[in-house]
Design a protein around this ligand. Structure first.
Ligand code: SAH
Length: 275
């Protein structure tokens, strides 16, 4: 899979590409990334990429011509000429965009090429959006100074879902916002998984050695090897965390009758926090 990033700050991405899963995914040839300096596509002495907004008001706007040339150099035609090409998607990072979610990341991970346009200043001339961009994505309800962080977020969340990128193929399905997948019953170690497929819930808390740290013990249930108990505990923790931090997710989560009973108990303050 290939990502193309169009930016006025290509240097911004250097460190980001060189770490962890993303570095390995590139080394393994699963992901390639092209970073394109928007100023390359200007023709004046000052390499101007912005101009004053029509109608007045604050700030500057990224001009359409350099972006248009950048698309041409990447062989990306206007939307109307790309109908039927479902392998490429051109994304405009924008605070006005649709919220970026794990579901969108899963969708993008199936494509061959994702093009990320990084806005700056007050944003990008809207005609670029109309003519070239398939989707406007926002990474949250706040305003950043540029689209580079947003592009990094979209790239990171997407590339880790590309088959082969994560060590354990299934692990993307069992974390926060994962898809419910009752069909998968055990993981590599034989631990039953069907109940703790996240099903649209937040992940459960994780612990590693030492068993006691800072005066706190890791939950006993995780140490005793009873997979049934572990599964139950993890599911309850997921419900607990989701109820506390993101109750909105419960509306769409795949919940069993047992889950609903646990939720009622948690809400009534009855369920034990840790066994
Ligand atoms: N005037 C715009 C903000 C421009 S911020 C507004 O009020 O909506 C400059 C650039 O940063 C944007 O063009 C976009 O590319 C990026 N950006 C800012 N906030 C963002 C967000 N929440 N998600 C994605 N991109 C964002």
């Amino acid at each position: 899979m290939r990502f193309e990033i169009i930016t006025i700050f290509p240097g911004f991405f250097a460190g980001f590409f060189e770490h962890g899963i993303l570095r390995r995914a590139q080394a393994d040839g699963l992901v390639t990334i092209g970073v394109h300096d928007l100023r390359t596509f200007t023709h004046d002495r000052h390499r101007t990429v912005d101009d004053r907004p029509f109608g007045g008001g604050e700030g500057m706007v990224l001009k359409p011509e350099p972006l248009c040339e950048a698309f041409q150099s990447l062989d990306i035609a206007r939307k109307t000429e790309r109908i039927g090409d479902s392998r490429t998607r051109v994304i405009l990072t924008s605070a006005q965009g649709r919220p970026f979610t794990q579901a969108i990341a899963r969708e993008l991970a199936k494509l061959e090429r994702v093009v990320l346009v990084c806005g700056r200043y007050e944003g990008v001339d809207e005609r670029i959006n109309e003519l070239y961009c398939d989707q406007e994505l926002s990474i949250g309800d706040y305003v950043l100074s540029g689209g580079e962080l947003a592009a990094s977020v979209v790239l990171d969340a997407t590339m880790r879902l590309i088959p082969g990128v994560l060590g354990n193929e299934a692990s993307g399905e069992f974390e926060s916002f994962g898809v419910a997948d009752a069909a998968i019953f055990t993981d590599e170690a034989g631990v039953p998984r069907s109940q703790h497929g996240a099903g649209g819930l937040l992940d459960y808390p994780h612990y590693t050695r030492p068993a006691e740290f800072g005066g706190l013990k890791a939950p006993e249930v995780l140490l005793n090897g009873d997979h049934q108990q572990i599964r139950k505990w993890r599911r309850e923790q997921q419900l607990r965390k989701t109820l506390a931090n993101r109750p909105d997710l419960l509306e769409h989560a795949a919940l069993s009758d047992e889950d609903r009973r646990i939720l009622r108990e948690i809400a009534a303050g009855k369920a034990e926090k840790t066994p």
